[in-house]
Design a protein around this ligand. Structure first.
Ligand SMILES: Nc1nc2c(ncn2[C@@H]2O[C@H](COP(=O)(O)OP(=O)(O)O)[C@@H](O)[C@H]2O)c(=O)[nH]1
Ligand SMILES: [Mg+2]
Length: 236
């Protein structure tokens, strides 16, 4: 299978969204920050042709950046980024949303709340079915697994996660990928990309295409969307 592919990066600032976008494209297209300050200020698209595929990556500014984030604002920001991303995408289509988290950092309450807020943005299964969790700093996992007499696989590690991270991974049906953006060899980079393509092809085969009008339907379908957001915010 050699279909064109569009993915959108979502997550907190500093988690490695732009770096992951560059790894996928095999080029330094997006600016990478060297502090926890949000470098990416606007939604951007990068494209490249790899093998026989036209690859589009949509990078977004960080969500849930501050400790005292307001969930209502964050939810409408996420919705807006996704909408702008669709406008930039080829054929108004996004095949998968990549939720970027750094491997090895504790899944803090703050992060758990961020993911819950994202859950509330993506109320519809149609969005969740297209989500892939990408863990960055993948080489730290390779160091970690060496500690075991019989080294565990990345999937073993994912299946062993509990708490809010475990719930999230279950929610995306363990569509999880490991990316090392700084210290990977060309071969590793190629393998990471192939793993991504495999997941996205699977999503497309099982869920069909997802266009901007599908997204707008998801948002508009329930007139209660905003009231649901409001009630979600009172839980947070
Ligand atoms: N060691 C390591 N550092 C990474 C990796 N991915 C991103 N970083 C670093 O994390 C910081 C934030 O990356 P960036 O892509 O700008 O994150 P964004 O704010 O989510 O777009 C930068 O210093 C990157 O060099 C990774 O896979 N391994
Ligand atoms: Mg960025």
């Amino acid at each position: 299978m050699c279909a064109d592919l569009t993915v959108m990066l979502l997550g907190k600032t500093g988690h490695g969204k732009s770096s992951t976008g560059n790894s996928i494209l095999g080029e330094e297209v997006f600016d990478v920050s060297d502090s926890s300050q949000s470098y990416t200020k606007v939604v951007r698209r990068g494209t490249n042709r790899i093998d026989c595929r036209q690859i589009s990556v949509i990078d977004t500014p960080g969500l849930y950046d501050t400790h005292d984030f307001d969930p209502t604002t964050e939810i409408s920001k996420t919705t807006e980024y996704i909408r702008v991303g669709f406008n930039m995408s080829l054929h108004n289509r996004v095949d998968a949303f990549l939720l970027v988290l750094p491997y090895g950092t504790r899944h803090t309450n703050e992060e758990a709340a961020a993911v819950r807020a994202l859950e509330r943005t993506s109320l519809d299964r149609k969005l969740w079915d297209r989500c892939i969790v990408v863990f960055t700093s993948g080489s730290d996992f390779l160091l970690f697994r060496r500690k075991f007499r019989r080294p565990i696989t990345f999937m073993d590690w994912c299946m062993n996660q509990g708490g809010s991270l475990g719930e999230l991974l279950q929610r995306v049906e363990y569509r999880c990928l490991l990316f090392e953006n700084l210290r990977s060899t060309d071969i590793q980079e190629r393998e990471q990309r192939q793993n991504l393509f495999r997941e996205v092809d699977y999503i497309r085969r099982h869920c069909g295409t997802f266009t901007k009008s599908d997204f707008e339907k998801v948002i508009n379908k329930s007139k209660s969307f905003f009231s649901r957001i409001k009630s979600a915010c009172t839980i947070l």
